[in-house]
Design a binder for this molecule. Structure first.
Ligand code: PLP
Length: 461
């Protein structure tokens, strides 16, 4: 029987682990009566502890319903503000495929109306295959970023020949020359002379043309799109507003010699609240400010409102996957320190490479024993023999149940859907996690956990 105080206690734990909160993308997560992590898809629910017991660990679980909801919301919100604010341009969402190329990420996005942004010939090849199988609406629009090899350009030309709207973004003078032969519309990338608060704020940006170079080029054949990409995980809304103002004034000048220029592509960078105890901007307020700025600045410059493109990858993909590890053992950090190492049955360096590469912070919760008051300050150690294979929450600690109190303990790492899959590696020949898809109330195995044979094969054995 659930008494009032039991419910109150449960809500206390829910709040503590930051579950059930829309502002940090955990609205689908809850804690079951036995202290187990629950995921809800409409009125269906998955007990994550039961899932891992059945399928083992380490395991990634993808929730396509999150991708669908995020893409739908994003497109609807842009269109709603465009209408409310009287903006005359159109909006196109292009999913940045490089954030996660897994089929179960890309197809739900496309099914909700996403266009695509590809970064290589191989990503574009997947689009080609879907078009040939008659599975993609031929009206899908594809933006092609990244350096263009001859193979990449040939594929772009081939798809354009089949009637697909495929827009190569010119990155350098070689591409500018080569794409003079291209019959379709093209875009060009500018490296805006601007700094914003973001993860990637390098002094020397090697992508695209400088503003001066662009102005010198003057007329560009079939130019429809001006593109820039500032960084991933842009930390403030101002980090979107400032570059957009600068880009629009450049747009106005470029348009004098390129009257066909009608689209501004502001790239990726919409952030995800990885750290769930910190305040972060909402998608809704970000979109509102983007449309507002586009309207106000275009009016000020007496510019016909450009169509707007965003290529948000992480924003859609990151929250759609969690990664689950089992805690194998505990160790003292040092005599004087009350923290413990928890050793997990997977690897940060292999499965969540950004932990090592960019000191990514993650939100982690126990999968079972979520309703215990007795918690331990913990650092996590991966299973490879590398001293860098660890997670210390930036030198702080995370809290997890005391291992002595648990039969077995699993932990879930949130927001692992973006970039980690394609970066994954095999240090110490550890196996990659299994990948499960939780959709329509069923669990499907998208990728088995690698066997010793599988991993040996990768190295020629
Ligand atoms: C990586 C990338 C994106 C996606 O960035 P997110 O931060 O994941 O949204 C979009 N456009 C370009 C050109 C990129 O390189």
């Amino acid at each position: 029987m659930t008494t009032k105080s039991a419910a109150k206690r449960k809500n206390g734990f829910k709040k503590f682990w930051r579950m059930g909160l829309e502002e940090v993308n955990t609205q689908n997560f809850d804690i079951g009566p036995d202290g187990e992590l629950i995921f809800r898809e409409g009125n269906y629910q998955y007990n994550i502890f039961d899932v891992v017991k059945k399928y083992g660990s380490p395991t990634e679980i993808v929730f396509p319903t999150i991708i669908e909801n995020r893409v739908r919301d994003l497109i609807e919100t842009f269109n709603a503000y465009i209408k409310v604010l009287g903006y005359k341009g159109r909006f196109y969402y292009h999913y940045a495929m490089k954030a996660n190329q897994t089929k179960e990420f890309v197809l739900p996005a496309v099914a909700e109306g996403a266009n695509l942004d590809v970064a290589s010939a191989n990503e574009l090849f997947l689009v080609k295959r879907m078009i040939e199988q008659d599975k993609f609406n031929a009206k899908i629009r594809v933006i092609c970023n990244g350096p263009k090899t001859e193979k990449y350009i040939s594929l772009i030309e081939e798809l354009r020949g089949k009637g697909l709207i495929v827009v190569p973004i010119i990155e350098d003078y070689n591409e500018l020359e080569r794409l003079k032969k291209f019959k379709g519309e093209v875009g060009i990338r500018v490296n805006l002379d601007i700094k914003v608060q973001a993860h990637w704020d390098k002094k020397f940006n090697r992508f695209g043309f400088t503003e001066e170079e662009l102005l010198k080029i003057g007329k560009i054949k079939n130019l429809s799109t001006l593109h820039y990409h500032i960084s991933k995980q842009i930390e403030t809304i101002e980090g979107f507003v400032k570059p957009m103002k600068r880009a629009l004034s450049l747009f106005k000048t470029l348009k004098e010699k390129n009257p066909g220029l009608d689209t501004l592509d502001i790239g990726g960078g919409a952030g995800v609240p990885f750290e769930k105890k910190k305040h972060f901007y909402s998608g809704k307020s970000l979109i509102q400010q983007i449309v507002k700025t586009a309207k106000k600045e275009s009016d000020r410059l007496q510019l016909k409102h450009p169509n707007l493109i965003v290529e948000w990858g992480s924003y859609v993909a990151a929250p759609a996957q969690i990664t689950i590890y089992k805690v194998l053992a505990e160790k003292n950090v040092s005599e004087k320190n009350n923290k413990k190492w928890y050793v997990i049955d997977g690897s940060f360096m292999n499965d969540l490479l950004d932990t090592w590469a960019i000191h990514q912070k993650w939100h982690m919760v126990p999968v079972n024993y979520m309703n215990t008051h007795k918690l331990q300050q913990v650092w996590l150690a991966g299973s490879s023999c590398d001293s860098d294979d660890r997670y210390t929450a930036g030198g702080e600690y995370i809290l997890l149940p005391r291992l002595a109190d648990c039969d077995e303990l699993y932990i879930a790492v949130f927001d692992t859907g973006a970039y980690q899959d394609a970066l994954a590696s095999h240090h110490c020949l550890l196996s990659s996690p299994a990948k499960l898809i939780a959709q329509n109330g069923e669990i499907k195995i998208a990728k088995r956990r690698e066997t010793s044979e599988d991993v040996g094969k990768l190295f020629g054995w």
